[in-house]
Write a protein that binds this ligand. Structure first.
Ligand code: 6GP
Length: 833
């Protein structure tokens, strides 16, 4: 029972609280206070780590005041809230972001300097919060920033993994995975030991007759695991709105451990239950765009959605509104199919616990949920064996069957005699074993389904979800092209460029309305401006070159063209195409006379990205990149003309250093495979050009910035199927330049040829599914155009400036506003200062 305190009284208390710091002196006092009390250290032995901790705590205190105000106001006004359910939130570092969003970075910089520290060193102390794999998780993090910055009442719900994505080490050219335990000291989370939910697994279902004579299902027995909430404040930029990210941690429900067993001498099993429970939130599955169907993963999913829904329903019930108002108060977005069980769980709550009729409950459910699809790759579409769902969640399986029954009945009415249609759209796949198709369940249980870029949203309508468009009509399917937050990806990552842009755009307004970047366009032809622009790019490259030297020992020339491909390693993203291209470049240089070579443009090819630990081919690609680098980087004939760098452990904070330093970045997926891509947006926004295929958001980037400002190549999505067919059933001739590359690898130039034979065989003998050979020629031709273009620096820099000026569309603010209007139907709620 909570005391109900009237809003005016609450507000008065808040006003009387100690004021947060607003300047350098106030900040210093707070740091000293935290060092001496919270950390129990003296300022005489305050090292960088302690200074980081104290600085973070000082900012955390500030955030928490705004957080309280925001939550109180949202509760008091009781407007509709958005809940973003995502199994991944790839947040990166929090301190720099908090300082900038609150607007007190300069105060902190000055204060830290007074205390003898450089702010960059202090920021660098923070461990990335790496609770995600790649695009999907980072998108969720950008969305949280935009939701808060735009003052939407919104919560994120996720899992508090003890181990985030592994740390990648490169040993002898191979990826080695090291566990990333990141929770040693995390000032950004608040444990809420009072906010717990008991989550049930296993057991059985029995029927009971209620007073009104109706039967109801009861789910009994099994095992209970406790979910404990940890809250992370999410500050908006230039607004007091501070939203909440609630992450659940698992714990045995019966307290610490079983003393009874302990006293009986059975120590091991007394801790076993505890350990089994804690396993649920122990580790993030390290697969990107791949589902492996592991039981523990399904447990994670249910644990997290059940805790989140309990919380959401509890909050709704406090408002004392009727269930008919639920969907007016609550919008839940499913970030891919990972949280699809939430649909079933809400139906179960309304039906079994709240006693609503099926149709009434189902109407509420479908009005509440929206589903975002992030991939068309078949290997990433989630399916769970019926038997496993039955064993783990027996009541949920019954409900899934009922949902399917009612759904198929309506389909049958609309498509009488079309049995194939029923088989195709069914939530249950009649395979051996039978499977629950999560995407089908997500579509049936949501009112809107969206893809993440135009091409992708069209593709889901014409391929994987084609039948559902027939069933529901086209309006249920929509597009929301992804975006990125300009706060982190420009202002924070590239402060000098951000400042230069501000000087021409009438201040920092572009950080809240990115379309204001168009004011830059007029300056693309201004030689003095271009010089300043180029100087900043050069400084960013010098910084990356230093990092490369530090971590790899290789010296690279910052005047060379920096050509970057950083993202998860995946055959569809085609890092193999890139490294084959690098080998081709090397062979071309080797074949030149000394005189000819002198005329060539120096290049640095930078790669970075993790391979899923079980993805053998991706690991081979990493090995080849490193093997090629170790030969080329030592070749004195080649010198600065070509360097090949693999940067280990690519993550958010490294991306913040790499993006601003690229001249050219590679987004070269097989057409039709990359749903959107978001790093393409980050690189262009930081004044780099891109080489890419007509895929994902590259297409919309081209439309916005203009064809002459992007290097497009390769086959189109509409031709992919025919080409694949031809590889398998027709003749498949391989580009002669690519054959030369293969020949060089096979001659042992880069070490034991056998190591790379599978990569070559995939192209030559196994149907070249990713169309490497089909696109190789136009890829190399386009790189030649890049070289030519880069020689004319004035024009190159103009292109970069023009492109940045036209990137306004790709802010995640635009994207969140589209979700809010078109899917969630929520309004911003401004929190007064
Ligand atoms: C990714 C897509 O591969 C990427 O193209 C997109 O930009 C990103 O989602 C955000 O929408 N998908 C995943 O990471 C994934 O695992 C199941 O999808």
């Amino acid at each position: 029972v909570e005391a109900s305190i009237p809003e005016p009284q609450r507000a008065a208390w808040s006003r009387n609280q100690i004021q947060s710091f607003t300047d350098k002196d106030g900040f210093e006092k707070e740091v000293v206070r935290h060092v001496e009390t919270t950390l129990a250290r003296s300022m005489f032995n305050c090292d960088e780590s302690a200074a980081y901790s104290a600085t973070s705590l000082a900012f955390r205190d500030r955030l928490i005041k705004d957080w309280n105000k925001t939550q109180q106001r949202q509760t008091y006004r009781d407007t509709k809230r958005v809940y973003y359910l995502s199994l991944e939130f790839l947040m990166g570092r929090a301190l720099d972001n908090a300082m900038l969003n609150v607007g007190l970075k300069d105060a902190a910089k000055g204060g830290l300097a007074d205390l003898g520290f450089r702010i960059e060193d202090i920021i660098g102390q923070e461990h990335d919060a790496a609770l995600g794999n790649g695009g999907l998780g980072r998108l969720a993090a950008c969305f949280l920033d935009s939701l808060a910055s735009l003052n939407y009442p919104a919560w994120g719900y996720g899992l508090r993994y003890r181990y985030g994505i592994f740390k990648q080490e490169i040993i002898d050219g191979y990826q080695v995975e090291v566990p990333d335990y990141w929770l040693d000291f995390n000032p950004w989370e608040f444990p809420r030991h009072d906010v717990t939910v008991d989550i049930q697994f296993f057991g059985h279902v029995s029927k009971t007759t209620k007073d009104d004579g109706k039967t109801a299902a009861i789910w009994e027995g099994g095992e209970i695991v406790q979910a404990v909430a940890y809250d992370v404040p999410i500050p908006g930029y230039d607004t007091p709105t501070t939203n909440n990210l609630r992450l659940w941690s698992s714990k045995a429900s019966g307290g610490e451990f079983d003393f009874q067993k302990f006293n009986n001498g059975d120590y091991e099993s007394s801790v076993a239950e505890q350990q089994r429970a804690e396993t649920i939130s122990a580790v993030l599955y390290p697969n990107d765009n791949l589902e492996r169907g592991k039981e523990l993963r399904l447990k994670q999913q249910y644990f997290w959605v059940a805790a989140s829904l309990y919380d959401i329903v509890r909050r709704f019930k406090k408002s004392k509104r009727g269930w008919n108002e639920f969907a007016d108060q609550v919008a839940i977005q499913l970030n891919d199919t990972h949280p699809t069980l939430a649909i079933v769980e809400l139906q179960r709550i309304l039906l079994d616990i709240e006693g609503l009729e099926w149709d009434v409950a189902w109407d509420i459910v479908t009005k509440t949920f929206g589903y975002t699809n992030h991939t068309v790759l078949p290997e990433a579409l989630e399916k769970w064996p019926v038997g496993l769902v039955q064993y783990l969640l027996p009541r949920h399986l019954q409900i899934i069957y009922d949902i399917n029954l009612y759904f198929l009945q309506t389909v049958e009415k609309a498509f009488p005699k079309d049995r194939d249609m029923l088989t195709r759209v069914s939530i249950i796949e009649e395979s051996q074993p039978k499977m629950v198709r999560m995407a089908h369940l997500a579509i049936v249980g949501s009112h809107k389904v969206n893809g993440v870029a135009e091409l992708h949203s069209d593709l889901i309508k014409t391929t994987i979800f084609k039948d559902f468009v027939e069933v529901y009509g086209p309006d249920k399917f929509t597009n929301v092209t992804n975006g990125i937050t300009p706060r982190r990806w420009l202002h924070q990552a590239n402060p000098r460029l951000s400042e230069l842009i501000a000087s021409k755009c009438g201040g920092n307004g572009f950080l809240k309305d990115l379309t204001q970047l168009n004011r830059l366009e007029a300056h693309a032809k201004d030689a003095a401006f271009r010089r300043e622009w180029a100087e900043i790019k050069y400084a960013n490259k010098v910084r990356l070159a230093k990092h490369i030297k530090n971590v790899t020992g290789v010296t690279v020339n910052p005047a060379a063209l920096f050509d970057v491909q950083v993202k998860r390693i995946h055959e569809y993203k085609r890092q193999q195409l890139n490294i084959f291209g690098v080998i081709h470049r090397y062979l071309t240089l080797k074949g030149m006379s000394v005189e000819e070579r002198k005329k060539q443009l120096p290049r640095v090819s930078v790669f970075g990205g993790k391979a899923a630990p079980g993805y053998w081919m991706a690991k081979q690609i990493i090995h080849l990149i490193n093997a090629v680098g170790s030969v080329i980087n030592k070749d004195e004939e080649i010198g600065d003309l070509l360097k090949v760098i693999f940067l280990e452990d690519y993550n958010v904070s490294k991306a913040e250093m790499i993006c601003p330093a690229s001249d050219l970045s590679e987004h070269i997926s097989t057409a039709g495979t990359e749903a959107s891509g978001t790093s393409n947006m980050k690189f262009v926004l930081n004044g780099g050009l891109i080489i890419g295929t007509c895929d994902g958001a590259n297409i919309e980037i081209t439309r916005e910035i203009g064809e002459s400002n992007i290097f497009l190549f390769g086959n189109l999505a509409e031709d992919v199927e025919d080409l694949r067919h031809a590889h398998n059933y027709g003749s498949h001739s391989i580009d002669s330049d690519l054959e030369k590359v293969f020949g060089t690898i096979e001659s042992g130039t880069f070490g034991t040829p056998h190591d790379f034979s599978a990569m070559i065989a995939a192209v030559r003998h196994h149907g070249d599914y990713y169309l490497v050979s089909d696109d190789f020629h136009s890829y190399m031709e386009t790189h030649r155009l890049v070289d030519e273009s880069y020689r004319n620096q004035d024009e190159w820099v103009s292109k970069c400036i023009t492109s940045v000026a036209r990137m306004g569309f790709f802010s995640s603010d635009r994207c969140i506003n589209e979700y809010a209007d078109g899917i969630w139907n929520v309004e911003p709620l401004v929190v007064q200062e």
